[in-house]
Design a binder for this molecule. Structure first.
Ligand code: PLP
Length: 366
């Protein structure tokens, strides 16, 4: 008799982001300026076949749009129900369980759950160690290396040269390297165009952040054809709905240059918010994404989060984040929302920010 429920699923819980409706929600890094306008126009009056007909099994139109955008072939592209679906499918495709997934610490928190769902154990390598010694990531021949660039929740950008060094170590037969570029649009640089040249590199991206389409659930990935094909086998057909696909294609084309505008506004407001936080004695980590990670020690991240929440502002608390400590992650958005956050923060911290609060530090990736 095979056991049910699966014993290896015992530590898993259904995902609970701890979100309750709040006036100003800066907790999930979605686009606070709104959805891509071309996608929005389409969804105001969509043709009826977008409802009644099945999509193509592997989202052919979306593949073509991604291929055009990055100058790669359609055989280099796969798609999914959000980029989460691609992480899941890639982890599943990478090996017959048991196996190991290696990730840096801290990084995107749901990766551990996706690993376990697919029968993979995880091994966390501290950022500082990974920086000194990339070979420590491939030690023990893991099935998957997961990297997030720019990283969530730190906002740090792994140096390009470091990634190349790692890809050299991996070679054509090492672990599958899943490079999560959910925030690469904000960093203005990417490995997507080059991914096909690296047999074990899958670059995973999303329409959920810069393009403002998180509710539609569209993601894609770029890699060598042999790798992409295996991921598609594990993903299965019909994962991207027709409405979502059509909207995503328009957003990726970005004929009006809306994406560039949002990017510029995000960078401007991120720098401005960083200045404001520094004036308050806080030291956010240097971010290349659309959020700031703000160490708040010796204050407690959760209680500060609660104090903001009663004032109508939600951020994401990270208690005892390895290498960082108590921290809040704040999504960057239109300036009036940032002002609301700063006002709530001032109240929450008390008017008299003590020197203690000013000692908050964050480790910087060398
Ligand atoms: C938001 C996020 C995702 C998930 O994106 P979806 O495409 O909405 O599934 C993936 N990776 C990271 C690091 C993220 O922050």
């Amino acid at each position: 008799m095979s056991p049910f429920p699966r014993p290896d699923y015992a530590p898993l819980e259904p995902y609970e982001p701890g979100r309750t409706p709040v006036e100003v929600d800066l907790s999930d890094n979605t686009n606070l300026w709104g959805p891509h306008p071309a996608a929005r126009r389409l969804l105001e009056n969509p043709p009826s076949d977008l409802f009644t007909r099945y999509p193509s099994p592997y989202a052919a139109d979306l593949k073509a749009a991604v291929a055009r955008r990055f100058g790669v072939g359609t055989e280099n592209v796969t798609t999914g129900c959000g980029s989460d679906d691609l992480l899941d499918s890639a982890f599943r495709a990478a090996t017959v369980p048991p196996g190991t997934l290696v990730h840096l610490e801290p990084t995107f928190s749901v990766v551990g759950a996706f690993a376990r769902m697919n029968g993979l154990e995880t091994r966390a390598v501290p950022w500082a160690q990974a920086a000194q010694d990339p070979a420590s990531l491939v030690a023990g021949n893991p099935a998957v290396l997961y990297l997030c660039r720019p990283d969530n929740p730190t906002g740090l950008l792994l140096p390009r040269g470091w990634v190349h060094e790692l890809l050299d170590l991996v070679g054509p037969a090492g672990p599958v390297v899943v490079l999560d570029e959910a925030y690469a649009d904000f960093a203005g640089e990417s490995f997507a165009s080059q991914a096909p040249a690296f047999p074990r590199l899958l670059v995973v991206r999303t329409l959920s952040k810069l393009y403002g389409l998180a509710g539609l659930r569209v993601g894609y990935a770029v890699g060598a054809p042999e790798l992409v094909r295996e991921v598609e086998k594990s993903r299965g057909p019909y994962k991207v709905g027709r409405l979502a696909e059509a909207a995503a294609v328009l957003a990726l084309k970005d004929e009006e240059g809306w994406g560039e505008e949002i990017l510029a506004l995000t960078v401007e407001n991120r720098e401005r918010l960083e200045d404001e936080l520094r004036r308050r004695g806080l030291r956010p980590l240097p971010s290349r994404a659309n959020f700031l990670l703000v160490p708040v020690a010796p204050r407690n991240a959760r209680s500060l989060h609660n104090a903001l929440k009663v004032r109508g502002v939600a951020v994401r608390p990270f208690p005892a984040l390895p290498g960082v400590g108590e921290a809040l992650r704040v999504t960057v958005g239109p300036w009036p929302l940032m002002e609301r956050f700063l006002q709530a923060l001032d109240e929450a911290l008390g008017d008299d920010v003590t020197q203690e609060g000013r000692e908050a530090t964050g480790r910087r990736f060398p």
